[in-house]
Design a protein around this ligand. Structure first.
Ligand SMILES: [Zn+2]
Ligand SMILES: [Zn+2]
Length: 347
């Protein structure tokens, strides 16, 4: 293949398979960096994008927002002047304005002007990608690319959930409701914080993996009542924080009954349009419900460090080639994976 040409998975029409196309390798402009993508993570959001429910997406374009690769070429005047060709990097998803009230108050993950790699501009389901220099974070060469690529989304989001939104600390009692690609990172991070971790899921394969990552007790929700099980396991105290990675209409109703008075729920998933919540549980018991969106650059840096130090294993359970991207998306829709699914370039 001509060296100036790359393969990319392009979404040309909503509700249609992605097309593998040959296109020119992009050339970096000022502050842009050309990255050779080595691994590109797949997120359920990729299926939402394909289904046309992310309103800001314009076609045709290259999806993919979990990128790890190698720096190839750096444009003029990079904001991040520390990058060098050959360096291994992961890519932060949000390009933020740095000026709005949320950026300047320490919450750039909620930037009012943000543009996202793999959403509003081309992403990582391609052999090369062009990103602003400040979105690239170096990572040690010994971390495999498949593990590295899921850090900005699956690990850093969970870091934001556990430490910032959830304020999980030594001795916290934590429920992780849904232990798939994100929840399994949540189990590891909550254990690292010193929490007692209860993991709930429908399938035993996921619960077995949660146990391997240190979950103290598991609850198979097809067979056991979640509230009654936690009541017994916590001697009636219930949990301090519950993380919802299921996102059904009745998820929050269920989790409100799993937490103590003054406890909190962090909602990371939404599978339906609305949640229903019993007012009595919320108001009289001062329970809190918090949302979650992405992570900050500091949280991403901290997540990378934990992976480099071997304290967190980004859990990838399925690998696909770029040409298999549509099978991979079907695999995600069918919820067949236990951990993250990753596209490996050049394989
Ligand atoms: Zn995602
Ligand atoms: Zn901003």
């Amino acid at each position: 293949m001509d060296k100036r040409v790359m393969k990319a998975a392009v979404l040309e029409n909503f509700h249609q398979p992605l097309q593998i196309r040959e296109m020119p390798i992009p050339v970096p402009g000022p502050n842009e960096v050309l990255v050779q993508v080595m691994a590109s993570g797949l997120c359920l959001t990729d299926t939402h994008i394909q289904d046309g429910i992310i309103a800001s997406v314009r076609l045709p374009y290259i999806p993919g927002h979990e990128m790890a690769g190698v720096v190839v070429q750096i444009g003029e005047n990079p904001v991040n002047a520390s990058l060098v060709p050959g360096q291994h990097v992961v890519c932060g998803i949000d390009i933020t304005c740095g000026r709005c009230t949320l950026c300047t108050s320490g919450r750039p993950n909620l930037c009012l002007e943000r543009v996202r790699i793999g959403f509003e501009r081309n992403g990582s389901h391609a052999e090369y990608a062009l990103v602003p220099s400040e979105n690239l974070f170096p990572i040690a060469d010994h971390i495999p690319f498949d593990q590295a690529c899921i850090i900005p989304d699956a690990v850093a989001c969970m870091y934001h959930a556990i430490f910032t939104q959830g304020q999980v600390a030594q001795g916290s009692k934590v429920l992780i409701h849904g232990v798939g690609a994100l929840g399994l990172q949540g189990v590891q991070l909550a254990k690292l914080a010193g929490a007692t971790v209860y993991a709930a899921a429908r399938t035993h394969a996921k619960l077995d993996q949660a146990l391997r990552f240190g979950a103290d007790q598991v609850i198979p929700t097809r067979e056991k009542d979640l509230v009654a099980s936690l009541d017994e396991m916590t001697q009636g105290e219930m949990c301090d924080v519950a993380f919802d990675l299921v996102g059904n209409a009745d998820s929050l109703d269920l989790l409100l009954r799993c937490i103590r008075p003054g406890g909190k729920i962090v909602a990371l998933a939404y599978a339906e349009d609305a949640f229903s919540v019993p007012c009595q549980e919320l108001v009289i018991k001062e329970k809190e419900i918090l949302g979650l969106r992405g992570s900050t650059p500091d949280e991403l840096r901290a997540s990378i460090r934990l992976v480099e130090e071997g304290k967190i294993l980004p859990y990838v359970s399925s690998h696909f080639r770029l040409e298999e991207i549509n099978q991979a998306l079907d695999f995600l829709r069918a919820a067949k994976g236990i951990g993250r699914s990753v596209i490996m370039m050049g394989s």
